[in-house]
Design a protein around this ligand. Structure first.
Ligand code: GLU
Length: 290
């Protein structure tokens, strides 16, 4: 059997402009894809209108273009995919792999923030109360291979709670949408930050519940600020300076343990990315955040 041809993606949530940490993820997923003669896609995960600002998506896409990171297919926006997520939820409800949950925040707090599971047994009848929909996790020890970090294991029920897949505010949740789109876009390889490593076992169960094979995963270390926090909008990570894309790309490659030669400073962004794909060494990526 021939191997499925490589399809990777960069899937930012538009909570703010592109910062250095997200550029590192974008470059890693791009270089992985291109070093394998693969396709590289961009998907804007704009599921949460309360946390996202409308300009952020344009800002991110503009920055990617300035850095020469052009996707091989039109950019996908999750805000335009609601019917696909609803279809998946209907399927999961029908097969009893998802359930309605009207628990209030107070009720969850009374259980140390964890879901008391009554709803799963059908005891929780929302009636007119607003309800969320949760995915019913299987209690199992999950094992998988991370192509950078090696063998991984997680006791799914003991360490995690049934994830919300449709929020009470009627927003579709990341945990479902990311799987539905990775299946639909035939993504074979996911490269993303190690802050999402703990989501992977749950996502594997959602793949299985939707009848699809999971992709391969690489979780790269997240970039930390001087206080040792993940670079993120919440921690006020500065936006990338789109006026100096070449030096941003070179710094991103250095953060990924690659050794771009000094002459690259004079290259165009296209040629820097070409160098990155040709000289890409996954084994040089540092395993811990810094
Ligand atoms: N949208 C997610 C984020 O920005 C990443 C999703 C993923 O790569 O699985 O954190």
């Amino acid at each position: 059997m021939t191997e499925r041809s490589y399809r990777g993606r960069f899937a930012p949530s538009p909570t703010g402009p592109l910062h250095f940490g997200s550029l590192v993820t974008a470059v890693a997923s791009y270089a992985e894809a291109k070093s394998r003669q693969g396709q590289w896609l961009v998907r804007i995960e704009d599921l949460d209108p309360l946390r996202e600002n409308p300009e952020a998506s344009d800002h991110i896409l503009h920055s990617l273009t300035c850095h020469g990171l052009t996707p091989d297919e039109p950019v996908r926006f999750q805000s335009q995919r609601h019917s696909a997520y609803q279809h998946a939820i209907d399927q999961l409800l029908k097969t009893q792999q998802a359930y309605r949950c009207a628990c209030s925040r107070k009720q969850l707090q009374a259980h140390q923030g964890r879901h008391p599971e009554r709803c799963r047994e059908g005891e929780c009848q929302p009636g007119k109360r607003p309800f969320a929909i949760r995915f019913a996790l299987q209690d199992e020890r999950c094992h998988w291979q991370d192509d950078l970090l090696g063998a991984q294991g997680q006791q799914v029920r003991a360490e995690t709670d049934d994830p919300v897949i449709l929020r009470k505010e009627a927003f579709y949740a990341y945990q479902l949408a990311v799987v539905v789109d990775d299946i639909n876009q035939r993504i074979t390889d996911v490269v993303r930050g190690s802050d999402l490593l703990e989501m992977t076992a749950q996502q594997q169960q959602i793949y299985r519940a939707l009848g699809a094979a999971p992709p391969r995963w690489i979780h790269i270390p997240v970039i930390l600020n001087e206080q040792g926090q993940k670079l993120s909008k919440q921690n006020h990570a500065p936006a990338l300076d789109d006026q100096q894309p070449a030096s941003n790309l070179i710094q991103a490659l250095q953060a990924l343990g690659q050794q771009p030669p000094a002459r690259l400073q004079r290259f165009s962004v296209g040629d820097i990315l070409k160098w990155a794909a040709e000289h890409w060494r996954r084994e040089a990526i540092p395993l811990t955040s810094r």
